[in-house]
Write a protein that binds this ligand. Structure first.
Ligand code: 3NM
Ligand code: MG
Length: 538
């Protein structure tokens, strides 16, 4: 009798590897510690093992699994699986073809397949429900465990594509586990972000090798993984992520908190923006630091009210940018991401995608071109870093903003003559298997307008400085304030200041100065009732 495959719990899947066991542990002691503390599925994976030894090992692991009523899957070796009467097998793309596997193992055993691409999902959907029971979706992140990896890490966005394909091709029976480089630092984020675009499907679980097999205390490591999975919440920022009413009272309270806390805003930004952004930050009662030093980011992130503005027009080294993201995420401090010139060149797209898959951003702010290309609503390349000037209507811009908010589970801001702010943070909540059902179009979205301010386009770094303004407002916010409120406040304040400065300036030179003055004045007066930008919840 094999394990009833309808009853498999995929939430925490342990794949073994005997080559990484710490001193004083054995394959069996590690597997048992995992089973005792919440592993729900085990795969025996031995790449360098004589058949006889593999069978002996498999029988021992099988005893352990039976004791905990957890199914055992055998990697690659169908013969071994049949010989010991295992509950299932797992094969990769270059192993025995699935229809042959199924023929050999019969209808009742679990069959798993490693999948990374949409076309592979299309194939498994064509085979129908009697072939593949679950897929390992990966490789998610870089890992040293898999020797000679054939696939580049796909990140959460790649996993979303696989989930979307399962929905598109109607493979509703097929369960999914994320795999590759999964550790406590990224599992909450993966479970939070990896939801199909139609909102119906989330990952059924996660799969780890080294996090348990190489752990000095495999029991504690498993407990920690179990806690992250069962928590159902990903706390990436120590602010509130709730539905919001958007009132002048909230604007006033946000600015009041900024004045009170004087947040540190770390700018990693482009040269053109550095001086201007620092002055905008000072005008908003906040404290700028323009540091690109990798070794100090962990200290900076620990400063109360520290906030990171990451603007990828920057030339900072990628490992510095990644370290900064990791540190601010670990400290649950806000990160504002400005993907400057996303899609203008292949190099920029790659850099931005790398960073987007590296961490969780509290806010992603872009101009119309950047948001449209992040939302994959335009295939046109950007010309330099300027905003798209073609014919896009507001419906398309609000849709793009919502899609970016939804796919990155963030507050997305699209700046232009009309600004849009959409909230995809969903309280940081996630569930296994089932998505939130709602889709991008259901997300709250605010439209902000103050008439055309054409001179905005005649100075440098006006968009980048909206990023600074958002960073000040998010940085100042206290634990009871809502992320969406803080971002909306910043956008309305900035729009109001832009208009005011444009009525006072004589040209682009004095507009620069007037913009700083206007922000200074509006910030210190803190009278949102007099702000001129209009806002409307769509
Ligand atoms: N398969 P770790 S990645 C066994 O992408 C395996 O199909 C992968 O190990 C795939 O949890 C992988 O130590 C190794 O990163 C995962
Ligand atoms: Mg294989």
């Amino acid at each position: 009798m094999v394990f009833d495959k309808q009853k498999v719990d995929y939430s925490l899947y342990l794949v073994t590897d005997s080559s990484m066991l710490p001193d004083g542990t054995t394959l069996y002691s590690q597997v048992e510690a995992g089973l005792k503390n919440g592993v729900t599925l085990v795969q025996l994976r031995e790449k360098d093992c004589e058949t006889k030894d593999f069978i002996a090992e498999a029988l021992e692991v099988q005893k352990l699994c039976k004791k905990f009523n957890v199914p055992l899957i055998i990697n690659d070796r169908i013969d071994v699986a049949l010989a010991i009467d295992a509950d299932g097998v797992h094969v990769g793309q270059d192993d025995i073809p699935i229809p042959m596997v199924r023929k050999l193992v019969g209808p009742d055993r679990i069959v798993g397949w490693s999948v990374g691409f949409r076309e592979e999902v299309e194939t498994l959907a064509k085979w129908g429900p009697d072939m593949v029971d679950y897929i390992g979706v990966g490789t998610l992140f870089p890992t040293l465990t898999k020797k000679n990896p054939k696939k580049a890490p796909m990140g959460p966005q790649g996993a979303i594509k696989v989930l979307d394909a399962l929905e598109e091709f109607g493979a509703n029976w097929c369960r999914t586990v994320g795999i590759g480089g999964l550790h406590p630092v990224n599992i909450g984020r993966v479970l939070f972000q990896c939801v199909s675009s139609n909102g119906k499907r989330a990952l059924d679980g996660i799969c780890v090798v080294s996090d348990i097999m190489a752990a000095k205390d495999a029991g504690a490591a498993t407990k920690n993984l179990r806690r992250i999975i069962d928590q159902g919440n990903y706390h990436f920022v120590n602010l509130q992520l709730k539905n919001s009413a958007i009132t002048q009272e909230t604007f006033k309270s946000v600015l009041g908190q900024v004045a009170l806390t004087r947040p540190l805003v770390q700018h990693v930004t482009n040269k053109v923006h550095q001086n201007f952004g620092a002055n905008i930050t000072l005008a908003l009662g906040s404290s700028p630091i323009m540091s690109e030093v990798k070794d100090e980011v962990h200290e900076l992130a620990r400063i109360p009210n520290a906030t990171l503005l990451l603007n990828t027009g920057s030339v900072a080294p990628v490992d510095m940018l990644k370290e900064a993201i990791t540190c601010y995420n670990n400290e649950q401090r806000p990160i504002i991401f400005d993907p400057v010139g996303y899609s203008a060149t292949e190099t920029r797209r790659l850099l931005n995608d790398t960073l987007l898959s590296h961490g969780q951003f509290t806010c992603i702010k872009g101009n119309t071109s950047e948001i449209l290309s992040l939302a994959k609503l335009t295939v046109e390349k950007m010309k330099g870093v300027d905003a798209f000037v073609g014919n896009v209507d507001e419906e398309m811009l609000s849709r793009a903003t919502r899609i970016v908010a939804y796919t990155y589970k963030t507050v997305a801001v699209c700046s232009g003559e009309t600004d849009f702010v959409a909230d995809g943070t969903e309280n940081g909540h996630f569930t296994l298997s089932n998505g939130p059902v709602k889709t991008a179009i259901d997300l709250p979205c605010v439209k902000i307008n103050n008439g055309p301010i054409s001179i905005m386009g005649d100075i440098t770094a006006s968009g980048c400085s909206l990023g600074s303004t958002i960073a000040c407002c998010l940085g100042g916010a206290n634990a009871e304030s809502n992320v969406f409120d803080a971002v909306v406040t910043a956008v309305i304040l900035y729009k109001t200041a832009g208009k005011l400065a444009s009525t006072r300036c004589q040209g682009s030179g004095s507009f620069h100065v007037q913009l700083i003055d206007a922000l200074y004045e509006l910030f210190h007066a803190n009278e949102p009732a007099r702000w001129t930008a209009s806002y409307r919840m769509l």
